[in-house]
Design a protein around this ligand. Structure first.
Ligand code: HAM
Length: 441
């Protein structure tokens, strides 16, 4: 057995190898295109933030803050956290840079790495990438629906099928406290039957019990009072409008009264989007977020967070947003064997033989680069057979061959790989000749 190398990437953190880059670039490109269409501007925030931004914003009692945050103490004694998510940093940035002075709403999007010390398993990493969209300073319910539409569009453009949107409303500071009380009394008398995790968290955050995947809690969950029956008039009206907009958009959604999300900053609308990850094996257990018997993993989620800006020391900023996990999207794309046409490869190949030819080839390569003609080469290899084989594999139309004789005569050979025809051309005319031939095709 091969000896295990001393150094491996940290548990739950992975290299993005060249073959994976292609998926990342594709998701980034599709997101960028859609962001442009809906007039979102790109934002990047630091990888490290004041840890308190998350304990206040995401919530002290959440798993993210309690168990999953990587926190480091600086030499100066500050506590910084590797960002576990981007909504709190974006609201921080919005307030810090006085973005309320910009034309409203402010629409921002991001694509970057995030960190959560989770138990690594399929689709759950300690460093993962998210693509996210946030609309700040807009309270209209129409943008809640638009936000869901944006994520749906991205996944559809990536050719993912069987997408399911789950929506719920978790109320606001008017109606949620009463519902929490109701739920707590319901759970209190059933506490002994709850799973260990829920026993621990139900007093601080009873809503999280509704999200529990443990078998033990399922029956208790199913008979629990439902928040939708206890929304205040404003939340009820807002949610009704969101559903009407989704109907208008013909987005296939379903109500999930147990959807509460794992971050504390949400008010009113919350949503998650699932895709069938394992279309070939309908019932295989796969991933951590198995959804009611279906092999599904949350591609993304989000919701409204009108109270977040105030929680982190600002003023009220009505806002809605969401984020999707890039690795999860890739996993779903791979499961569906989604491939895209390869990017345009090299148009020509430059083969060389001998030292003088090698020197001249280096220069010709630069001339082609300036003319934006993509040229491949393997200058480190001297065998002509190797070079021609490589050109063949790349499927280029023209191979330029520069041998010792041609280098001395200041000429070069063009071999048409389809017709097999060879022509000798003056070296200082080669770029024009290739331009002409490529234009003709
Ligand atoms: P979240 O549900 O925690 O929400 O994460 C969004 C998505 O990121 C998840 O649906 C999942 O696809 C991906 N994700 C989360 N954790 C991991 C992990 N450990 N490994 C791989 N992928 C993961 C948020 O982060 C909110 N900030 C979303 C939001 C934006 N809400 C409003 N605006």
């Amino acid at each position: 057995m091969a000896k295990k190398l001393r150094f491996q990437s940290p548990t739950g953190m992975h290299d993005i190898l060249p073959e994976e880059q292609y998926y990342f670039q594709r998701i980034n490109k599709v997101s960028e295109h859609i962001a442009g269409f809906y007039d979102f501007k790109k934002i990047d925030t630091p990888i490290l933030e004041d840890a308190e931004l998350f304990s206040r914003g995401v919530g002290l009692s959440t798993d993210i803050v309690q168990k999953q945050m990587y926190v480091l103490k600086t030499r100066g004694g500050d506590f910084l956290a590797l960002r576990p998510e981007c909504t709190a940093p974006i609201v921080r940035s919005f307030l810090q840079h006085g973005m309320f002075n910009l034309p409203q709403p402010v629409k921002l999007w991001y694509f970057g790495p995030f960190f959560r010390a989770e138990h690594p398993q399929a689709g759950r990493y300690r460093q993962f990438w998210q693509v996210g969209f946030e609309i700040l300073e807009e309270k209209s319910s129409v943008v809640d629906a638009q936000m869901i539409q944006i994520f749906y569009n991205i996944l559809q453009e990536l050719r993912l099928k069987n997408l399911i949107v789950e929506v719920n409303s978790i109320g606001d500071s008017q109606c949620r406290p009463y519902y929490k009380k109701l739920l707590t009394s319901y759970l209190k008398v059933r506490e002994s039957a709850l799973c260990l995790d829920c026993k621990r968290r139900f007093r601080k955050n009873p809503l999280r019990v509704l999200d529990c995947k443990d078998e033990k809690c399922q029956q208790i969950k199913s008979q629990a009072p439902q928040i939708l029956d206890h929304l205040c008039d404003e939340c009820n009206h807002h949610f009704k409008e969101v559903l009407e907009f989704l109907d208008e958009l013909e987005l296939p959604y379903r109500l999930n009264s147990h959807l509460v999300r794992g971050l504390d900053y949400y008010t009113k609308t919350v949503f998650e989007i699932f895709s069938d990850v394992n279309p070939d094996k309908k019932n295989a257990a796969n991933g951590s977020q198995v959804n009611e018997g279906m092999t599904s993993l949350a591609m993304g989620g989000g919701g409204r967070y009108d109270a977040l800006a105030k929680l982190i020391g600002g003023r009220d900023v009505a806002a809605v947003g969401g984020a999707m996990g890039v690795e999860r999207i890739i996993q779903a794309m791979k499961a569906r064997r989604i491939k895209f046409a390869e990017e345009a490869s090299a148009q020509i190949f430059i083969a060389q033989l001998g030292n003088l030819a090698k020197r001249k080839s280096l220069k010709i390569l630069e001339e082609f680069r300036k003319e934006k003609i993509t040229a491949a080469e393997t200058f480190g290899k001297d065998s002509l057979k190797f070079q021609l084989n490589k050109a063949n594999k790349l499927g280029v139309r023209y191979v330029l061959i520069l041998g010792q004789k041609e280098a001395l005569e200041k000429t070069i050979l063009i071999k048409d790989m389809i017709s097999g025809k060879q022509d000798t051309v003056k070296l200082d005319k080669i770029v024009d000749e290739i331009k002409k031939r490529l234009k003709r095709r």
